[in-house]
Design a binder for this molecule. Structure first.
Ligand code: Z5A
Length: 213
């Protein structure tokens, strides 16, 4: 069975820690709203009250670490709720959806980072998600640079931020591998640049993709 089809009004942002997704999301939202379109800006894990509760459980460093399959299944539990409750209804009424992370994060973190089987993740994607972004902007930055940015902001690292550099190197390699394998869906943005440059490149990539579609 093939991967779910990409939706033409669904855009995801991906990348490692400190890549600058939050800033870019606001720039993309502003660009789309300037054209008078409805935009739903959302995030994963999260995006609905129940999915945000699952997010809090996942990232809380105060309890015992989630085992890799527990983490994967909770990510997909949150995603199933997010997709059914919020994302698909927004697409159905013609809104743009901008999601800070989506299923590619599970391939990168639970597949690449934790070493779980990509075939199993693909099966979950087909059975409980059933939709892909039409465009995925991968904000790519070196692990050390991204971690330095994030550490300037976070007082206490969450559960996943507390992982070692080799984990984040595998995450980055998995993202870049997925982008190379799906050039029609992915655009890789150089996120080592100053924040305004990264945002401008992301908006230009969205506009070029929209104009071509
Ligand atoms: N996760 C998973 O494992 N599996 C899944 O399926 C999903 C998620 C969906 C929470 O996500 C965690 O969930 C995440 C992956 C995992 N764990 N990690 N690591 P998140 O998106 O909420 O967490 P995050 O990636 O750690 O967010 P982040 O560090 O906030 O990244 P960001 O949004 O890309 O960065 P930012 O907040 O825009 O910027 C971070 C700081 O850097 C901030 O102070 C900015 O002012 C600064 N910044 C940003 N861009 C620049 C530039 N260009 N220059 C200089 N400084 C900058």
């Amino acid at each position: 069975m093939s991967a779910p089809a990409g939706h033409p009004r669904f855009v995801s942002l991906e990348g490692g820690e400190g890549a600058g997704k939050t800033t870019v999301l606001e720039a993309l939202r502003a660009a789309l709203q300037a054209d008078g379109d409805e935009v739903l800006a959302t995030r994963e894990p999260g995006g609905t009250p129940l999915a945000e509760m699952i997010r809090a459980l996942l990232l809380d460093p105060s309890h015992e670490p989630a085992l890799p399959h527990t983490e994967l299944l909770l990510m997909f539990a949150a995603r199933a709720q997010h997709v059914g409750d919020t994302l698909l209804p927004a697409l159905a009424r013609g809104a743009w959806v901008l999601s800070d992370r989506f299923t590619d994060s599970s391939y990168a973190y639970q597949g690449g980072g934790r070493g779980l089987d990509a075939g199993f993740i693909a099966e979950l994607e087909r059975r409980v998600v059933g939709v892909r972004p039409g465009l995925t902007l991968l904000l790519d930055v070196g692990v050390a640079q991204g971690r330095e940015r994030a550490s300037g902001r976070d007082l206490v690292p969450d559960r996943i931020e507390g992982e070692r550099d080799d984990f984040f190197e595998r995450v980055r390699a998995t993202y870049l591998g997925r982008a190379a394998a799906e050039p029609a869906r992915f655009r890789v943005i150089d996120a080592s640049q100053p924040a305004e440059r990264v945002a401008a490149d992301a908006v230009a990539a969205l506009q070029a993709w929209r104009d071509a579609g």
